[in-house]
Design a protein around this ligand. Structure first.
Ligand code: ZN
Length: 350
């Protein structure tokens, strides 16, 4: 569509020719965005907790307490180099600023960057740092089924695998801080952990291929989210599956911890765009090896264009809105401060 005013046409979510610098932000710029949002909205504040900067969107009438609304947690940047996660959390923040109706459905917590130290290093020359600055994988360090891995993998990788898991559960600084914050919540009902990449919507378990006790609820909620995202995404669609089927079952994951230990039934990880390469990971690695660079597909996947980042944000805004309707009912709170009915009332595909 072309604007008549002579200006560059704008869609409702931002400039059509976005620059990389407007989508992927340094850590300082991310925190500035949170502080700006907190200034714009009554009931909002930025919590600085042990290395985490979290935007909390409470209610205007009771900013510091929970009036019975469900709590929703949105996070990215558990893996430092996956820049698309923080970009999408900020896009969802903009959606919440824009949509008073959506904002009033829950108490919101937005943590764009979990591993701030690692993320800062990716901006200081180590662009493709996959671990923390100490070489751990935070997503193997959570205190649920920590240390569990298939025996063959343990034998093959040995001390390397143990190094990724960390020395003990929640030994990684950002994991310890995150666990502490999540335990302080009283009514967490939706948890989304954004990662790059592969266009997958992942539900528990991660540590086992057995179905979880909420398998049917997970499938219904994920189907709703994926359908909404795919209406925006078009031909490059997302699909949902249990996390254990993505690679191999592993203990210590964030979503299993939030599901089992925090008691949040709807705990999901989203692998954002781009899609995995044609021919799969092994095919792309072999083809890359023939060309002298086996991991090129992975680096390209971790460094998408600004346009891909914006599309992912639009897709996740649609998915979040659909999920909130699915889980919390289709009718928003009538006025600020009202208690919401406990039961969800909408159907999944209304
Ligand atoms: Zn990740």
């Amino acid at each position: 569509m072309t604007g008549k005013s002579g200006q560059r046409p704008q869609n409702e979510h931002g400039p059509s020719n976005a620059h990389r610098a407007e989508v992927f932000l340094s850590y300082e710029a991310v925190v500035d965005r949170l502080e700006d949002a907190a200034k714009q909205l009554r009931g909002a504040s930025v919590l600085h907790r042990e290395g985490l900067a979290i935007l909390r969107l409470g209610t205007e009438s009771a900013p510091d307490i929970n009036d019975g609304r469900p709590e929703v947690w949105l996070q990215g940047g558990l893996h430092a180099c996956e820049w698309i996660g923080p970009a999408v959390v900020l896009r969802l923040m903009d959606e919440l600023i824009r949509s008073t109706e959506l904002r009033r459905r829950a108490i919101w917590y937005l943590l764009p960057v979990v591993d701030a130290r690692g993320y800062q290093r990716t901006w200081a020359g180590e662009r493709f740092l996959r671990t923390t600055e100490n070489g751990e994988n935070p997503n193997l360090n959570f205190p649920y089924r920590w240390g569990e891995a298939p025996p063959l993998l343990s034998r093959l990788l040995g001390s390397r695998l143990r190094g990724w898991m960390g020395s003990r559960p929640a030994s990684v600084g950002c994991v310890k801080s995150l666990v502490s914050e999540l335990k302080s919540l009283t009514n967490l009902q939706l948890f989304l952990d954004f990662h790059g990449f592969g266009r997958l919507w992942l539900y528990p378990w991660c540590h086992s291929k057995k179905p979880s006790p909420h398998h049917m609820e997970h499938k219904a909620a994920c189907a709703t989210a994926v359908a909404a995202a795919n209406r925006v995404a078009g031909r490059f669609g997302y699909r949902a599956q249990a996390a254990a089927f993505t690679e191999v079952p592993m203990g210590g994951s964030c979503i299993d911890f939030v599901y089992r230990e925090i008691g949040c039934a709807h705990s999901y990880a989203v692998e954002l765009p781009p899609s995995l390469p044609w021919g799969g990971v092994i095919g792309a690695t072999l083809l890359g090896a023939l060309r002298g660079d086996p991991k090129r597909w992975w680096r390209e996947g971790q460094a998408p264009t600004a346009e891909v980042g914006i599309e992912a944000g639009d897709e996740m805004a649609a998915a979040l809105s659909a999920l909130v309707d699915h889980l919390f009912g289709g009718t928003p709170a009538a006025t600020e401060g009202d208690e919401r009915p406990a039961e969800a009332v909408s159907s999944a595909f209304a």
